[in-house]
Design a protein around this ligand. Structure first.
Ligand code: FES
Ligand code: FES
Length: 208
């Protein structure tokens, strides 16, 4: 019995570790539907695209954007950075959170053309080039912080942004700091334990 529990734990841990750096989890069926629907809307709007350069995860990315196009849309469907999730698409859930100049933003509510000359970081940009996870990601792996993980990348980005302003928060300070993010599985207690662990790992890493 203990062996089966251990195997389940190891397999869940491996799964989370495998997807956590890219934020790539969860069924894509909903996205496919949403993508075609939104693309239809975009074409119907009939607005021209404009070539702009956005600094994403330290790289200058050239991309054609429409004037009404959101950053979430550009990241996911034009730059292939699907770790940024679209949940509500109306500034309510936080699934789409990215950092813009180190500050967490709902990318579904930011127009892509407004981030020219600004620094955008998505979940794909957190781990080091050698694959070492960001401390907050490592905390999630160690504490098994999420159930379906749809909300995970948004929570991680919100936490990373919050810890830049308060690297040593109390549990309630961190809860308040990331309260703009919602979890449909209502896994808040575990999420908070995991993100607190991430903060602790980050403080330890900064000391060495
Ligand atoms: S998808 Fe942006 S806040 Fe919900
Ligand atoms: S873990 Fe499922 S939505 Fe948060």
């Amino acid at each position: 019995m203990a062996d089966i529990a251990d195997m389940k734990m190891i397999s869940r841990r491996s799964f989370i570790k495998g997807v956590i750096a890219s934020g790539a989890a969860v069924s894509s069926a909903n996205y496919l539907f949403r993508a075609s629907a939104l693309q239809g809307q975009s074409r119907a709007a009939g607005t021209g695209e404009r070539l702009i350069t956005i600094n994403v995860n330290g790289q200058q990315r050239r991309v054609d954007v429409m004037k009404q196009e959101t950053l979430a849309w550009t990241l996911r469907y034009k730059l292939g950075l699907t770790g940024t999730k679209l949940g509500c698409d109306r500034a309510e859930c936080g699934s789409c959170t990215v950092l813009i100049d180190d500050v967490p933003h709902y990318s579904c509510s930011v127009l892509a053309h407004t981030v020219r000359n600004r620094k955008v970081v998505t979940i794909e940009g957190l781990a080091r080039a050698d694959g070492t996870l960001h401390p907050v990601q490592q905390g999630i792996v160690e504490e098994q912080g999420f159930q379906c993980a749809f909300c995970m990348s948004g929570f991680i980005m919100a936490t990373v942004g919050f810890l830049k302003t308060n690297p040593n928060p109390t549990r309630s300070e961190l809860a308040h700091g990331i309260s703009g993010n919602l979890c449909r599985c209502q896994d808040y207690d575990k999420i908070l334990s995991a993100t607190m662990r991430g903060a602790e790992i980050m403080r330890r890493a900064n000391r060495v």
